[in-house]
Design a protein around this ligand. Sequence first.
Ligand SMILES: Cc1cc2nc3c(=O)[nH]c(=O)nc-3n(C[C@H](O)[C@H](O)[C@H](O)COP(=O)(O)OP(=O)(O)OC[C@H]3O[C@@H](n4cnc5c(N)ncnc54)[C@H](O)[C@@H]3O)c2cc1C
Length: 166
Amino acid sequence: MEPSVPSVLNDVHSQLNPTRVQGVERPGCVEDVARLVKEAAKRGESISVGGRRHAMGGQQFGEGTLHVDTGGLIGVRAFDDCHGLLTIGAGEVWPEVIAASHRAQERIRPGQPARWGIRQKPTGADDISIGGCISANIHGRGLLMRPFGDDIENLTRVDARGETAP
Ligand SMILES: Cc1cc2nc3c(=O)[nH]c(=O)nc-3n(C[C@H](O)[C@H](O)[C@H](O)COP(=O)(O)OP(=O)(O)OC[C@H]3O[C@@H](n4cnc5c(N)ncnc54)[C@H](O)[C@@H]3O)c2cc1C
């Protein structure tokens, strides 16, 4: 990865949160995230994490932090047709999640209607990351459904020491 340089980040919508971070890193896999966290912890530095930067409260940024941009953690990596489960990178966005699910089902049952679909997503925007949705425990318009946490079966988590746990 290229060495990161200080830059000013802001959210997409309100633009009320200009924040100078000491650098931006775009890891491409969970191991890269773990390494970044471990190295920052060793240096006594804080990190901030951002997906598509739609949240308007500035919670994805921190002055002087090393900013981890999840835009490289993309891909719908697996599809379990028996249980309707997708394995998705934290930085992936809804249009690609939906398209990948349709592609996988078309490969399995060519020409037939898809039997699996998503239950809910944020309603006012599409370019929102799965990690951002888990973090905010988003909800859609299904008022009788529990929020997004109810749709998640498993999470790969990197903790503050840089340890990875399923
Ligand atoms: C136009 C619009 C419409 C919306 N509609 C809805 C709606 O219908 N329902 C609803 O519930 N919400 C809605 N939201 C809110 C939106 O879903 C959340 O703000 C969501 O967190 C934004 O995701 P993001 O990828 O832009 O994340 P960011 O704004 O980049 O980050 C949001 C938070 O998530 C954290 N985060 C992001 N990725 C990770 C990660 N991989 N690991 C750990 N933490 C992470 C960040 O640190 C930050 O605290 C809407 C927002 C907008 C702007």
